[in-house]
Write a protein that binds this ligand. Sequence first.
Ligand code: ARG
Length: 462
Amino acid sequence: MQKKALWSGRFAGSTAEKMQQFSQSLDTDWSFFREDIAGSRAHGAMLFKMGLLSKEEQEKIDHALWEIEQEIEKGEFEPDIALEDVHMNIESRLIEKLGPMGAKIHTGRSRNDQVATDYRLFMKKRIHEVLRQQKSLLESLLKRAESDIDIILPGFTHLQHAQPISLGHFWMAYFWKYSRDLTRMMTAFDQTDQNPLGAGALAGTTLPIDRHCTAQALGFSSVTENSLDTVSDRDYLLEFLFASSTFMLHVSRLCEDLILWNTQEFDFIELPDGYCTGSSMMPNKKNPDALELMRGKTSGVVASMQDLMMNLKGLPLTYNRDLQEDKRPVFLTLKTMGEVLGILPDLLGGVQMKPDSIQPHLEKGFLLATDVAEYLVSKGVPFRETHHIVGQVVQYCLAEKKDFQDLSLEEWRQFNASVEKDLLPLLNVEAAVDRRKSFGGTARSDVKRQIEAGWSVLARLT
Ligand code: ARG
């Protein structure tokens, strides 16, 4: 026999079968079963404390809820779409087990505050896991920065050779980006960590409930202030989607850098075989698919944020069924975040640098031009003039097919008389890197400082 919806009293007719399929949210919210049961057990304990359940009732309800959880864990409980969602499936089962006593659990609450409670509890766990994975990504970047600090490569602006940098500096650039993403994720956690239970359908309840008591039992740090706000609010999910979006944008940029470095044209790195795939036709191919997929999956995460924003945009207070659609974007994002964070630290650990093939790139593009300009500044020439002078030296070298290192002191002095022989030892990339000692610059001494600061950031997080 088809199960009756818990709200069927108001209806003479039954729900169309197509409507049941359309309306159910079990395909997503069934994964809230543990949180739904935890929420009900805390609610039951609070109802007893407030005199709304007897001790016996509370104990029987609590035990039955525990049994239902076991049934679900063992795969013995098949949810029914006629009962729409996780909340009504579990409540119906409770009533099936305990009769009218089970029907008391919904006292002073609604599915509107129940779904908010389940979702927040669920997200707290999932964000916790994301944070843990984000920390291990940070750790793998710090390790790479430490071991690659002595590798020097061209730094780019406009994808043109600009100035030499330490590879440690490059990895640390992403370290700082991801550490800010982690901070944003912690903010998302804090926003999530508030108890919605007891907001009722929208306006609270006439019954004497204690929302602080359920907050404590469920491990929420605080209680939401306004019931209308509570059942209509999903911006804590937006915080998560935003923190995930900025993270994925940063992942996508790192992937793009590595994809470029992996081309024949750059040839800076060898990617680990485990994260590449071949071509079905061209036997020569080794493609950077993991990196491309991460770059590609970024769009889904950013679109998820747009998805939920669009959902919320025109909604009048308070709960509207549109809000049930809040799960798709977040679930998609959780899946992508889990996959990406599962792969990225391993992949980064497996990237092999190719210093020999980086070397010729350091000789192209007059990477030391700014160094010469700044050298002239140290001799008292105003920077704007030095910029022009070195521009002319570059022009001269291009015409003569020479590099800076090939120029004699006399040739240099034709451009500016203040050049002396102390310029010559500066004309190498190692010196160029190490002289950039300004705070946050690429000098290895400063990169070491950054790495130390990075480790203490990490230590504070754990
Ligand atoms: N399945 C619903 C959701 O996920 C639960 C809340 C239903 N509330 C209601 N008034 N129909 O949003």
